[in-house]
Design a binder for this molecule. Structure first.
Ligand code: MN
Length: 191
């Protein structure tokens, strides 16, 4: 069965002024859609033809991996935002962040640093390791912590297409906007 672009739970202008409608028209409407279309075009006749997306992300290589992981990553990224919602961690995830990083502010600083210093295109991740510890990871290109047996909790897309229309070269400005639209109730459900 072909993969489809997931419907967003908010309107394309709902994240303004932090992420513009124009950025979402391109980032979701064009880039995310292209990864879905490319993946569907690549899958026919391969061992992954009937695989679910998690299996594709964990096991495939080359173009199928690149497009499959980009579908997974973008869906995960877009679904963690909302126009209104809890802007700070709640419940058990809040406790884990406080225990491990000292405070939400200290965590934000460390995660932001990982996103800001990732060279070139990629993703910053918060994930849970097998021992139940939170880890912040940098992944290049389509990288995803599922491949290392980790459970993704939060991600930030630092490909230039995520922010260039809004903040041009200023990745730090995009990163400060990023924290303003996260929905920590949704993120907490992943923990
Ligand atoms: Mn992207």
């Amino acid at each position: 069965m072909a993969f489809e672009l997931p419907k967003l739970p908010y309107e394309l202008d709902a994240l303004e002024p932090h992420i513009s409608k124009t950025t979402l028209e391109y980032h979701y409407g064009k880039h995310h859609q292209a990864y879905v279309s490319n993946l569907n075009n690549l899958l026919g006749g391969t061992e992954f033809e009937n695989a679910d997306l998690d299996t594709i992300v964990k096991k495939s290589q080359g173009g199928i991996f690149n497009n499959g992981a980009q579908v997974w990553n973008h869906t995960f990224y877009f679904m963690q935002f909302s126009p209104s919602g809890e802007r700070t961690p709640q419940g058990k995830l809040a406790d884990a962040i406080k225990t491990q990083y000292g405070s939400f502010d200290a965590f934000k600083e460390e995660f932001t640093k990982a996103a800001a210093t990732l060279f070139g295109a990629g993703w910053a991740w918060l994930a849970l390791d097998k021992a139940g510890k939170l880890v912040i990871k940098q992944e290049s290109n389509a990288g995803n912590p599922l491949r290392d047996g980790l459970k993704p909790i939060l991600t930030c897309d630092v490909w230039e297409h995520a922010y260039y229309l809004d903040t041009q070269n200023a990745r730090p400005k995009y990163l400060s906007n990023f924290w303003e639209i996260l929905d920590w109730n949704k993120i907490g459900e992943r923990f």
